[in-house]
Design a protein around this ligand. Structure first.
Ligand code: XIL
Length: 362
């Protein structure tokens, strides 16, 4: 039988994993994950935001475990410009300074996103909105050029449930500028900071359901089109908010990543965590299921050599974004991340360490 792409991918890993796994498992706890990843040519990091200023235990966990820091919210349009077009960069400046001092490679999330936009933008004319869009990209990228070196230029372009032709996510940018807002944002960003890494970030692709499959197909076509048109797109970010309650197909997802990478893009997992909202309440069982989900996901995707970074969406349950997600049970503390609310490693951290240790080198 002709070997499939997957057989070929996995053959390389099996050889490596056989040697690498026992050594990693014998290490005392998970050593700094950033170091472990780096030893395999991978970047590892986490989202963080203003909580680092007042929580030294969190700041120290972040900076000891990570090589990459993704600024979770403070560079987003609604956080920078909540009341009108003038930006307040005070918090973002402090976060960038904090990250650089700690030696983190910084990522900005997200320049242009059709979600979470302030109401005032709704009242702008279509013509003004184009100006605001360009001004936002120019000001933010120019300000942090050489310091925030990787950007989600466009976040979550697709949301088929909005019923727009092409499956695009609706919102103030899309409604005013149409689908061309995507290449326009990339071209503008490349002008504002020609050295930055420009990333197209998307949700849902890791899900093996109708939504996941449909977003995968649309994103793939978009990447092909952007590359054909010479748009400066360097990498695709796949969020990886894993949902163990949805049928999994991480092998198929990995194959799809490898195919997309053939278009000449790098790939990153940008927002890794596990939605444990439907896992058993009992902690040991829940932690084991979270760890198992991470093992299954990472052992499928890390063999894809084009995958260069793994970034968690927060590292400790203490600052889990699920606490404020409207669908998350209000009476439950999320156990979605690698470390608990006391910054202690959970089985999830060991699972990630073992998967990184077994990853083929880049
Ligand atoms: C989330 C933040 O974590 C929350 O704190 C904020 O209130 C809303 O945004 N996909 C994304 C991220 O691309 O930017 C989102 O972050 C989580 C889902």
């Amino acid at each position: 039988m002709k070997p499939t792409r997957r057989d070929i991918l996995m053959a390389g890993v099996a050889g490596l994993a056989a040697g690498a796994l026992p050594r990693a498992a014998a290490a005392a706890g998970p050593g700094p994950l950033g170091e472990l990843a780096a030893a395999h040519g991978l970047g590892f990091g986490s989202a963080f935001d203003r909580e680092v200023f007042d929580d030294p235990a969190w700041a120290s966990l972040l900076t000891s475990q990570c090589k990459i820091g993704a600024i979770e919210n403070s560079l987003k349009f609604d956080w920078l410009r909540p009341k009108g077009p003038e930006a307040d960069f005070a918090v973002a400046d402090r976060l960038v300074e904090f990250g650089l001092k700690a030696g983190l490679r910084l990522r900005g999330t997200a320049l242009i996103w059709n979600d979470w936009l302030p109401d005032w933008l709704k009242w702008s004319s279509v013509k003004d909105r184009r100006g605001i869009f360009e001004r936002h990209i120019d000001e933010v990228m120019f300000r942090y050029a050489g310091r925030v070196t990787s950007w989600d230029v466009v976040n979550e372009p697709f949301f088929p449930m909005h019923g727009r032709e092409g499956g695009y996510r609706k919102g103030y940018w899309f409604d005013a500028l149409g689908p061309d807002y995507i290449p326009d944002a990339f071209r503008r960003a490349a002008k504002a900071d020609p050295h930055a890494e420009l990333v197209l970030n998307e949700a849902f692709c890791e899900q093996n359901d109708e939504l996941g499959q449909s977003v995968r197909a649309r994103l793939y076509d978009l990447v092909v089109k952007l590359k054909q048109d010479g748009v400066p797109l360097h990498a695709v970010g796949l969020q990886g908010h894993l949902k163990p309650h949805i049928r999994q197909d991480y092998g198929g997802f990995a194959d799809w990543i490898a195919l997309m990478a053939e278009q000449g893009v790098k790939v990153k997992i940008t927002e890794l965590d596990v939605d444990d909202s439907q896992l058993p309440e009992e902690l040991r069982e829940r932690d084991a299921a979270v760890a198992e989900t991470l093992t299954s996901f990472l052992s499928s995707v890390l063999p894809v050599i084009a995958l260069e970074d793994v970034i968690c969406w927060q590292l400790s349950d203490k600052y889990s974004w699920y606490a404020n997600a409207e669908w998350y049970p209000k009476d439950r503390q999320a156990r979605s991340h690698l470390f608990d609310v006391e910054m202690r490693a959970k089985p999830a951290a060991d699972a990630v360490a073992a998967a990184l240790a077994a990853s083929p080198a880049r």
